[in-house]
Ligand binder design. Sequence first.
Ligand code: GLN
Length: 508
Amino acid sequence: MTDPTRMSAAALAEALTGGELSSVEATTAHLDRIAAVDGALHAFLHVSGEKALATAREVDTRRAAGEELHPLAGVPIAVKDVVVTRGMPTTAGSRILEGWIPPYDATLVERLKAAGLPILGKTNMDEFAMGSSTEHSAYGNTHNPWDLDRIPGGSGGGSAAAVGGFEAPLAIGTDTGGSIRQPAAVTGTVGVKPTYGGVSRYGLIALASSLDQAGPVTRTVLDSALLHEVIGGHDPHDSTSLDEPLPDLVGAARRGMTGDLTGVRVGVVTELNGEGYQQGVRARFDEALTLLQKAGAEIVEVSCPNFQYALAAYYLILPSEASSNLAKFDGMRFGLRVEPSDGPVTAERVMSATRGAGFGDEVKRRIILGTYALSAGYYDAYYGSAQKVRTLIQRDFAAAFAQADVLVSPTAPTTAFRLGEKLDDPMAMYLNDVATIPANLAGIPGMSLPSGLSDDGLPVGFQILAPARADDRLYRVGAALESLLEAQWGGPLLDRAPELPTTEGSAR
Ligand code: GLN
């Protein structure tokens, strides 16, 4: 039998329902892999081996008793540490939440548990999901499984490295400006940001509430569809949750796997494929377009002129919302509490000492920026203008989707950069998200899937965008492209990733 850690979630699910493998075996194999390679990757902040095995045993017992279970029951998963988990540490990558144990589960975690997916643990991330490299985590950086000297993307680098490093077949990420798609791109995995409102935000530690979405991180397009269907759908606990059924995502992925895209109009966004994109990134993008064309798709060129303002608008809207969302970390309610080293212990001075010690530099930078942008004298000039740009970007998308069923671009301008390379240059870090941010500003769904290796031998991501509520289109086009590419490569791209060094881990 194949090593369970090398199997897709769909293949694991089949082996589990067919009785060829137990969930305890599948879960143990992944926990062993974590113990062996997480010393090198550092994808996990917390491993919950006992709890995962308890879920696995329960699933095995119920399955043996002939109960009809969810198809993914027993398939283990990793969860980004920004998602609250009852009784399991949740830090959002921040010192300020060190030691906090949430009293409730996020809706998506409840759904994972109801479907019987053992939770392997919580994955590393940039503090409060601010970053593109996971280097802003207060708990040390995560390494890229393709090259340990490079970043795994961010903010969800832990989830992407866990899936790309075969520590977990499935993971949950969150995407406010690209934090599912960009890490997927630089690790050769698949990541999906659903339509805003498609997956409940109840129990996500908010970064920017009008932009945040949770979604799947996997190794195949079909696996993302399977996971998306578990976590998605209406939730009365989230007032922005869409009160309508999800489209048939798994059906769309299976249809795409036939490789036929006859009649599908694919729009190439002129503004997202130009200057500043690494040569190998553009080459893999162009080759993927040729494949889509061979599959019967019609390629059209579309222009979204207001995208040039997207990054600037995002870096006003996000800090504004974040400065307000992070106000609740005051040393009174959650986690860390620091008393001033001298002088009187007043509420204000405890807040100041706690926030001074508990937040990292990037978080402080954005709180200051956001508070400034929202201040009475500057609100209209900054926040107000950014909101207007947001409307213009939505209009650009509406016009583009009148000409095309999906839009495509490279996911990120470059492959994974070296650890430390952009850490002291916030602008260079922010530029990683030029291609992913417009989707968040407009609330539309997006997917990144691997489209090959650049000249430096590192993975390149291909981004697909669809209109709001048409997430199924991502899966159809993504699955088609994936099957055509894998036919060329003779198997999944991740099979070409180097073996990871194993160390005696302390995981579990
Ligand atoms: N890299 C982006 C930022 O720093 C995206 C973050 C995210 O999607 N959570 O804001």
